[in-house]
Design a protein around this ligand. Sequence first.
Ligand code: FES
Ligand SMILES: [Fe+2]
Length: 422
Amino acid sequence: MKIEPVPREPAVHGVGRWADESVWTGTRVPLTAATGLLPESYTDEGFFAAERSRMFERSWVAVGNAAEVAEAGRLLVRRVGGRSIIITRDQEGVLRGFVNSCRHRGTELAAADCEIGNTIRCPYHRWGYGLDGSLRSTPFFEEIPRPDFNRDDFGLVEVRVETWGLLLFACVDAATPTLCEWLGDLPDRMGGYGFEHWRVQSEATLEVRANWKLITENFQEYYHLSWVHPELAKVSRVKDHYRYQGPGMYCGQTTTPISGDDRDDWLVLPPAAGLNQSDLVSGRFVAVFPNVMLAALPNHVFLIRLEPVAPGLTREWCTFLLPPSTPEVSDEDMAQTRSFWFDINNEDIDIVERGQRGLAAGAVAPGPLAPRFEEPLHRFHNMLADIMTADCPSEIAIPCGDDDSEAARLGSGVNPYPPEIG
Ligand code: FES
Ligand SMILES: [Fe+2]
């Protein structure tokens, strides 16, 4: 009897393939039956292009730290998917975002972050725009007037930009739900930290030879903790992990209490003033969909923003932040906190780069997710599937929070200090 090979060709071809529910079947089942994403999701140029247009260009994407636009006069140039945008704050304090393209003949308005006065000027024929995007000057254009021309029709194309706490977000699709809906209960859940008052202490940029999803998936699960981070496992003990997820486009876990018994170098700095009992003894690890990884400890925040460069290459923008109650910190004291995180992050980078190599060279079918530890990945994969398959981003289903009745299965017990929300 002749054995027919299993057809490998998908029902739908090209970029459109990834908008078809048929490729997400391993995700669209309950957690106890779910598998990881197809290996092509991490390695394929076609998937990368589809993800850029269908997901990044329809999501609220973190594009910087809120502190970068705290004052008027600074112009930021950022990418959201394949789009270039500019962001500034006007003299009235209103945050503004625009497509980085002149309304005359489309020229890029700014190539890099810079200081500006009151005008955004195109370098080509010097059309000038106010910080509200209105077209103000068109040199020599009136020498032969055009009766059909009205400057009011040629203002810069607006892009939605907003801040939450530490972060600056942009969204280039007008149909996507508001940032408030996107973040769900997260601003309330983490409201006690007062992140909007924290200051940037130091920054670093790294390049990782792995797909951005592998990096955030690795951040979201602590299954690997004991083997990849034996040192971190002393501070953030597996048995003290609990889920930290309400409604919203994020996945989260908390370690309550975090421990300084075995490795106390992260304890050098004082805790932020005014934290409640829960925040004071916990580490919060939150992945805001799609590209933020936020680790909040009582005395500092380590934030990573992911910028996909290619299917197998991601830029990590790392920021350390300190609360307003912490005085100036010596380089030596900060060095201990920095090295604590960079030790952990280097271990993560090693393992995700290895993951990328295995997926690229092996391309094996995805295996089962571990229900006890990898539920956040299932939640994350479903967010991704939702937005990739949605005809319009207004249809995205923002996930609900955890059901309390699941606590025993999803954590090792009842969180001794559940967060106070609302
Ligand atoms: S392209 Fe900008 S002024 Fe001509
Ligand atoms: Fe890790």
